[in-house]
Every structure is written in C-alpha cells, then in structure tokens.
Design a protein around this ligand. Structure first.
Ligand SMILES: C[S@@+](CC[C@H](N)C(=O)[O-])C[C@H]1O[C@@H](n2cnc3c(N)ncnc32)[C@H](O)[C@@H]1O
Length: 203
C-alpha cells in the first residue's frame, strides 16, 4: 500500500471512529466497526490475496451508514452495502461529503465512486437481482462478504447457497470463540485478526 493510500485510510478511520454508533445506549444493534482495527488487518489481507486491490468485489451485509463500504472502496473494484433501516443508510451521503472535504483539505485521496448502497434485507433474492442489474455483479460473483455479527448465521446459510466457491466471509465482532458455518472453512492461520475479525472460505 503506498503512503498516500495509508495516510488517507488513517484519516478515514479516524473520521468514522470518532462517530461510533451504538457503543453505548439503545442503538446497540447498530454498533460500528472500529476502522482502525480493520486498517491494522489490511497488509496481511492483501499479502494473503484475500483482498486483490482494484479487483475484488466487496459486500457488507448490514452496512448501516456505509463506513466499512467507504473504507473498502479505496481497496476494491466494487463496494456494495445492504441495510434494512433506511434512516441509518441515509447517514451515508452527509458523512461522505464531510469526509470528502477533509481529505481535500489534507491533500489526500478522495473516495472513489465505486460504492453502492441498497435498502432492504440482505437475504432477499429479489434485492440480489436488483444489485446484479445495477452493478453488473451478482451475489455469486462477489469475492468478499462482511458482517458485524448481526444475523451471521442466517447470512452464512444464505451465502452457503449463493456465494461462489473460494469467496471469503469476514465476520467482525468475534473473539476467542469462532462459530462454524456449514459450507465454510475457518481460516485458522489468520483468525481472529486483531482479535476481532474471523475469516471463512466458502468450500
Ligand atoms: C452492527 S451494525 C454494523 C454496521 C456496519 N456494517 C459496521 O460494521 O460498522 C449492523 C447493521 O445491520 C443491519 N441489519 C440487521 N439485519 C439486517 C438484514 N437482514 N439486512 C440488512 N441489514 C440488516 C442493522 O440495521 C444494522 O444497521
């Protein structure tokens, strides 16, 4: 990763990590990924070819304000998110604009325009068809799936049927106990990265 990209992602992580949602209070279902921890995983993810820069297609199942999408958009070809709560997803645009102003001020890299967020249920096959139509990439063509623990078992079951063999399911929010998902193999040599991110390869 070159220096400008690393500096930009450091700024992106700082920007969103200051605005964590649900860490305390009633919005617990909306807890946000700590992007600084994801940043710490990146070199290894690239070395292991889990992320193939500008080639991988990434999908966040339950993307909330799209912060993980925006972060990954710098690294992948396509960054797609699905969120069931429209009001949560509506926070994406204003935050992105504010971030864009910050990166311009600091002479860093603006967010690429490869992020697309969709309102709906991540397991809804009609929505998957809409995504395929609008992005040119169907569920079976994504390389990386991500979720912050919410509905991880249901999402794994859906992906066991629909994702391609070799695709990687990243589950954030785990600790020492890492569940098994039928149809997936835990990448034990990597998991849990930074003590929190488990990776599973579709068989
Ligand atoms: C813990 S938050 C994680 C947000 C973001 N991915 C992150 O890591 O910062 C989980 C989000 O999943 C959404 N969600 C829950 N079930 C869903 C479903 N079936 N389809 C789409 N979104 C869902 C919730 O509304 C919530 O915003």
């Amino acid at each position: 990763m070159d220096q400008a990209l690393r500096q930009t992602l450091t700024l992106v992580a700082r920007f969103y990590d200051r605005r964590k949602v649900g860490a305390v209070g009633p919005l617990g279902f909306r807890r946000s990924t700590d992007l600084k921890r994801l940043l710490a995983c990146l070199d290894r993810l690239i070395d292991e070819e889990i992320i193939r820069p500008n080639k991988s297609a990434f999908l966040d199942l339950g993307c909330a304000d799209g912060r993980v999408n925006l972060f990954f958009s710098y690294l992948v070809r396509l960054s797609v998110g699905i969120e069931i709560d429209q009001w949560t997803m509506d926070e994406y645009d204003p935050l992105r604009r504010e971030l864009q102003d910050r990166v311009v001020q600091e002479d860093l890299l603006p967010p690429p325009s490869n992020t697309f967020l969709f309102h709906g249920d991540s397991t809804d096959q009609d929505l998957h068809q809409t995504i395929a139509r609008k992005t040119g990439t169907g569920i079976q063509s994504f390389d990386l799936f991500y979720t912050y623990l919410v509905m991880h078992e249901e999402f794994a079951a859906m992906l066991a049927n629909r994702a391609r063999s070799g695709a990687v399911f990243m589950v954030y929010g785990l600790n020492r106990i890492m569940p098994e998902y039928p149809g997936f193999r835990l990448l034990r040599h990597l998991s849990p990265m930074e003590g929190i991110l488990a990776l599973y390869r579709k068989e």
